[in-house]
Design a protein around this ligand. Structure first.
Ligand SMILES: Nc1ncnc2c1ncn2[C@@H]1O[C@H](COP(=O)(O)OP(=O)(O)OP(=O)(O)O)[C@@H](O)[C@H]1O
Ligand SMILES: [Mg+2]
Length: 404
């Protein structure tokens, strides 16, 4: 095929993709189906707040201190919006000063920046990053999730179409070009209370070429610290920032690793993923080595953990690999794996995260099983965060009836 013909075909294919994506987004944004957050039934709400169901019922019934929620059927069944849950949580902390209800970090507790990285494509980085950020917002932390991947999958999970809804200057592009020194211009609110987004689009791939040019042109330009410095200048109002890295160890990922106080590396337990993750670690270590030579004090990470992702728990081969991983990685491995679940299996036409599904496609039991895996992984990462803040692990644990 002649080059000009190939170019035409590629350009046509790109148009088809764009039109199709527009249609999918249009479906999601239809008035009756605009991306918005669902309501949370009492059982789930109690879990997120860390109180018993009976206590929640008591404090939210009509005329009670935190009377809110929407009654469904009889007076015992209520659903809550996330805003209401945050209001109750803040109110409980205000009233009791019990640390279990405190989410906002104190001045002495440093901002957590969690990078989700692995240069293997499809390792579940975006899935891990978006669910972690939504889990933390559900729990009441003020979270910012940053899309560092020019493919913009995370951005599109928020119902945005990267090439029409997001301008290059609304991404990290100006930061990497040196035209902006903070994230202020690219942070946007989402339909999730307490969860903001820095979206991505194709312009970020341009930044990959421009950073090395800047490094050559500007004397003493620390190309690995651009993101860290921008985050430090602009994120006082957040408790945690989550970085979704692209599948490469380019400048975006290097900047993410240097900005991070914690790193999570999702690894599906298959031989191929395992081998390439090994190479990823080797390359990371070489990069750190080189930077350490120039700048010995530049990096401090509170935690670094490998997450077993997309684990098919019934597959014997995978079981063996997970077993080996546990034996060899020791405490570098998160104790809780993330299992494969059909609801997350990218096949869905309308993009919903696990926390957004309300019609619970398929069997409820399998949905709940998937949710338990997801919450266990996220709660473990939340625990690491609290440990860094030197808070009690028990602050996070479900409070029992004694809360009442
Ligand atoms: N636990 C899971 N169960 C089922 N499918 C999953 C699970 N986790 C991730 N997936 C699916 O695997 C595919 C890749 O996941 P994801 O996009 O999160 O990977 P990624 O590492 O961000 O990929 P990329 O390298 O392209 O950025 C997606 O289709 C996603 O829906
Ligand atoms: Mg991704």
């Amino acid at each position: 095929m002649k080059l000009s013909r190939l170019r035409e075909r590629l350009s046509h294919a790109a148009d088809v993709c764009q039109i199709t994506q527009q249609k999918i987004v249009a479906l999601d944004n239809a008035p009756e189906d605009r991306k918005r957050l669902r309501q949370f039934p009492t059982v789930e709400a109690a879990q997120l707040l860390g109180v018993s169901e009976s206590y929640l019922r008591q404090i939210t019934k009509e005329g009670a201190e935190f009377g809110c929620g929407t009654v469904i059927g009889n007076n015992y069944r209520r659903t809550f919006t996330l805003k209401e849950l945050h209001w109750i949580l803040d109110g409980l902390y205000e009233k009791t000063r019990d640390e279990r209800y405190r989410r906002q970090r104190a001045g002495t507790e440093k901002l957590q920046v969690i990078a989700v990285a692995n240069f293997k494509g499809g390792a579940a980085k975006t899935t891990t990053a978006i669910h972690l950020s939504q889990y933390l917002a559900l729990r009441g932390y003020r979270a910012l999730v940053v899309d560092l991947d020019s493919q913009a999958s995370l951005t599109s999970l928020f119902g945005l179409q990267a090439d029409t809804d997001v301008q290059p200057e609304e991404t990290l592009y100006p930061v990497f070009r040196g035209e902006a020194d903070s994230l202020a211009g690219c942070i946007r609110r989402t339909y999730w209370p307490r969860l903001d987004l820095v979206p991505a689009n194709l312009s970020l791939s341009q930044a990959e070429f421009e950073l090395p040019v800047r490094a050559q042109r500007e004397r003493n330009f620390a190309f690995w610290l651009v993101l860290r410095e921008a985050i430090q200048k602009s994120t006082m109002d957040y408790d945690v920032v989550i970085l979704d890295c692209p599948p490469s160890l380019g400048f975006m990922s290097i900047n993410a690793i240097f900005a991070a106080t914690g790193v999570i590396v999702p690894v599906p337990p298959s031989m191929i993923d395992f081998v390439s993750t090994g190479q990823f670690f080797r390359m990371c270590s070489q990069v750190l080595d080189q930077v350490e030579e120039i700048d010995p004090d530049s990096k401090e990470v509170d935690f670094f953990r490998i997450l077993v992702a997309k684990h098919n728990v019934t597959d014997q081969n995978q079981k063996q690999i997970v077993h080996l991983m546990a034996a060899n990685f020791g405490d570098m491995l998160l104790q809780n794996p993330m299992a494969v679940t059909t609801a997350l299996d990218g096949a869905g036409l309308r993009k919903r995260t696990y926390y957004e599904i309300d019609d619970q496609v398929g069997a409820r039991q399998s949905y709940m099983r998937g949710l338990a895996y997801l919450n266990a992984v996220n709660a473990e990462i939340e625990g690491l965060m609290l440990k860094t803040w030197e808070r009690q692990e028990s602050d996070r644990l479900l409070a029992n009836a004694s809360a009442a």
